[in-house]
Design a binder for this molecule. Structure first.
Ligand SMILES: [Zn+2]
Length: 189
């Protein structure tokens, strides 16, 4: 069996110092490429400059895109939907390191509080063929990776629908307090 390593990084929220530490770790681990699950923008929860997470999405992006020749990202709900340009795989599928990778940026609607939200009853994803790797900002619904502090599960049903057809890997971010690994059917999340 060949073991291959990729890096998965999410929810930077302006934290340039932490990003540099993570990238050094990934360099030492000799990863083939890095996937970024979005939320480069600082957002309302850490807008206080005293927290030190003051890097802009553009500053973070220039570090991210020069960190590896093989970088893909999706924008998060805090980000501009067009963030990343050609490095963004949002809403499309691409070939990456021999895998078919598809991306879904943003998150289900929370009342319009964030710049990139959509209605979770969207049907466009239902016709997608299952990719080898799905890079999503939002976790799938009822995956254990979508539980917020109150105990409520807030993941996306539309993303869950793709996950249920997959036999590969789903990489997501968004719900900071639910970080972890979960197996949904044949898909490792
Ligand atoms: Zn988010």
């Amino acid at each position: 069996m060949t073991i291959r390593r990729i890096g998965c990084v999410g929810d930077l929220h302006g934290a340039l110092g932490s990003l540099l530490k993570v990238l050094e770790h990934l360099r030492n681990a000799e990863v083939e490429g890095i996937l970024f699950t979005g939320d480069f923008a600082r957002g309302p929860f850490n807008r206080d400059p005293a927290l030190g997470n003051t890097a802009s999405p553009d500053e973070l992006l220039s570090v991210v895109t020069s960190a590896s020749a093989n970088v893909l990202l999706v924008p998060g709900n805090h980000d501009d939907p067009v963030l990343g340009g050609g490095v963004s795989v949002d809403g499309r599928e691409t070939s990456w390191l021999g895998w078919r990778v598809a991306g879904v940026g943003g998150s289900p609607y929370t009342g319009g509080r964030f710049p990139y939200e959509w209605r979770d009853d969207r049907t466009d994803l239902a016709v997608w063929r299952a990719p080898d790797i799905l890079l999503a900002h939002s976790p799938p619904a009822d995956s254990g990776l979508d539980v917020i502090k109150s105990g409520k599960a807030v993941g996306s049903k539309a993303i869950r629908e793709i996950t249920d057809r997959m036999t590969g890997l789903l990489v997501c971010g968004h719900i900071h307090e639910a970080v972890g690994v979960s197996q949904l059917g044949q898909c490792l999340c």
